[in-house]
Design a protein around this ligand. Structure first.
Ligand code: FES
Ligand code: FES
Length: 150
């Protein structure tokens, strides 16, 4: 089936097979920040935003996303406050998990511009960093929150 996906503000016409997962389609289209960790909705490394809400793309049927706004971290750009804060705080080691954390942080800051440490930890609790970079990640999100104009 052919459908149009709006990804990071651009429409993409794409042929998919029935039941094809959003994770696989996004990677096929070159959005390789979207990464498979567990494949069963338990690690957060495949997180993207659909209409502003975080989803595990490894569990999301692509056909359900036609007509929605899909956001991946490629769409944020280097000047995005969250991206800048992750770099400034050194909030990565291997980096595999980071795009998922960045999208979760983006969702949180779209809902709450004044999160405290617990708010951040609670919002990110479904994401796993096998390198254990959690303290720096939490700090990065708090830094990003402080830098976003209110
Ligand atoms: S790969 Fe999707 S949640 Fe782990
Ligand atoms: S930075 Fe390596 S898994 Fe998170």
């Amino acid at each position: 089936m052919n459908l149009t996906l709006k990804i990071n503000g651009t429409a993409h016409s794409v042929d998919i097979v029935e039941g094809e997962l959003l994770l696989d389609v996004l990677r096929r289209l070159g959005f390789t920040s979207v990464r498979e960790g567990c494949g069963v909705g338990a690690c957060g490394s495949c997180t993207v935003l659909v209409d502003g809400h975080s989803v595990s793309s490894c569990l999301t049927l692509t056909s359900r996303c036609a007509g929605s706004e899909i956001q991946t971290s490629e769409g944020l750009g280097k000047d995005n406050p969250v991206v800048r804060a992750f770099v400034a705080e050194g909030a990565l080691q291997c980096g595999y998990c980071i795009p998922g954390f960045v999208m979760m942080a983006t969702e949180l800051l779209s809902e709450n511009l004044h999160p405290n440490e617990k708010d951040v930890a609670d919002h990110l609790e479904g994401n796993i960093c096998r390198c254990g970079t959690y303290p720096e990640i939490v700090k990065a999100v708090l830094t990003a929150a402080s830098e976003i104009p209110k």
